[in-house]
Design a protein. Structure first.
Length: 390
């Protein structure tokens, strides 16, 4: 098998790249789920056939018809394993999520699965003894979870009314993690009212001690990682909760449009959380129109990214691979000498074993070798959500 140097996610599919070529890795578990759904559908197809059955289906489920071959099976994160050629990934459907490992020969092993919550953002300990994940609950909170390499002894290592995501093991430390964390805001009735800026926290699993490594009330700090020298890398972007100043000239227009905007806002509010938790929008339609629309959007770090906006706006990147996020999304390295911006328009990155940095703007993947300020473009893709060095 060709040795792969990197992996990336695009539209819920896992791609492996090596020796100048890329191929898609299909989940054996996902394929078995789809095949089983087709078999069940065919076995009970007679219940939905005939004139009366079609009439009742049209009355109960208008404009929706479930195709078992098109059920949502999405790979949500990818990480390198401890052994050469080993890849770990998380997968979810509308009902379950799980963690899987694929070795260099292509053999797939299911390590963990559950229907109680969503597991994402996996990170394998450098010695291969443990796996860290983010655990997303239906009450909108997310915690850091840890389990052993065999997929057992699962525990949630963080808690509280917060969103804790993207754990990464600290090199050289046996049981220490860095992750991004933001507090949830709720009203007097306990309803969700907003989310604070993401900070970077370090957690010692043995002592339970938590230390804040980076924070700014005006910025989100995302996807933290540490290199072997102790430098901290992260993506910095303007805080999503920041509100622009009110323009008095628009007061009249806003007043007239208020009823329409309120209706639209209510729908988008619930649509946002549907996308965030299940990966599916509330709106449905048939045919290629819906598929084309979905292919131009993805949920990333709590933001709905619109790929078509890259062509309309002045975004960084080459003409054939414009950034899907603004230049205000910066890849930052923080060391004892201060903070340094390495690249702009970055939505995902990873630090390789040799210390080189891979990063993506959503349309291409670049590599920055150690002790170099020059970034080389490795490949061009579409709707790249995450990049991982193998």
């Amino acid at each position: 098998m060709t040795e792969n140097c990197l992996a990336y996610l695009a539209q819920g599919k896992l791609h492996l790249h090596g020796d100048g070529a890329a191929h898609t890795l299909e989940s054996s578990f996902g394929r078995s789920l789809r095949d089983r759904a087709v078999q069940i559908h065919n076995r009970h197809a007679w219940k939905t056939q005939g004139r009366s059955a079609q009439f009742m289906r049209g009355m109960l489920w208008p404009e929706q018809e479930c195709d078992p071959g098109e059920i949502r099976i999405a790979i949500t994160s990818v990480a390198r394993g401890h052994k050469p050629g080993e890849v770990y990934y998380s997968l979810e459907t509308d009902e379950i999520s799980g963690i899987f490992a694929v070795d260099a020969s292509g053999f797939e092993q299911r390590l963990f699965h559950t229907a109680d919550f969503r597991v994402r953002n996996i990170a394998v300990h450098p010695d291969g003894t443990a796996i860290a994940v983010s655990v997303s609950h239906r009450n909108l909170t997310s915690n850091i979870g840890v389990l052993n390499a065999e997929g057992s002894d699962f525990v949630e290592a963080s808690e509280g009314d917060s969103v804790d995501l993207a754990p990464r093991w600290v090199p050289g430390a046996q049981r220490r993690l860095v992750f991004q964390s933001a507090g949830l805001g709720r009203d007097a009735a306990g309803r969700y009212s907003g989310i604070g800026p993401f900070t970077i926290q370090q957690l010692d699993l043995d002592s339970g001690e938590i230390e804040c490594l980076a924070e700014d009330p005006k910025s989100d700090h995302l996807g933290p990682q540490m290199d072997a020298g102790g430098a901290l890398y992260f993506i910095r972007r303007p805080c999503a909760s920041a509100q622009p100043a009110t323009d008095p000239l628009n007061v009249v227009k806003d007043t007239l449009l208020f009823p329409f905007r309120m209706s639209y806002a209510i729908f988008q509010f619930f649509n946002f959380f549907s996308m965030r938790y299940t990966g599916r929008p509330l709106s449905t339609s048939k045919g290629a129109v819906q598929k084309t629309s979905d292919a131009k959007q993805m949920m990333l770090w709590g933001n709905l990214i619109d790929a078509s906006a890259a062509g309309r706006e002045n975004r960084p990147g080459e003409s054939d691979a414009p950034s899907l996020v603004p230049s205000s999304w910066q890849l930052v390295r923080q060391s004892s000498s201060g903070q340094e911006v390495l690249a702009t328009g970055v939505l995902s990155f990873d630090i390789a074993r040799d210390g080189s940095v891979l990063y993506s703007n959503g349309s291409a993947i670049h590599q920055m070798k150690p002790n170099s300020d020059h970034a080389e473009r490795i490949l061009v893709g579409a709707m790249i959500e995450q990049v991982a060095a193998l």
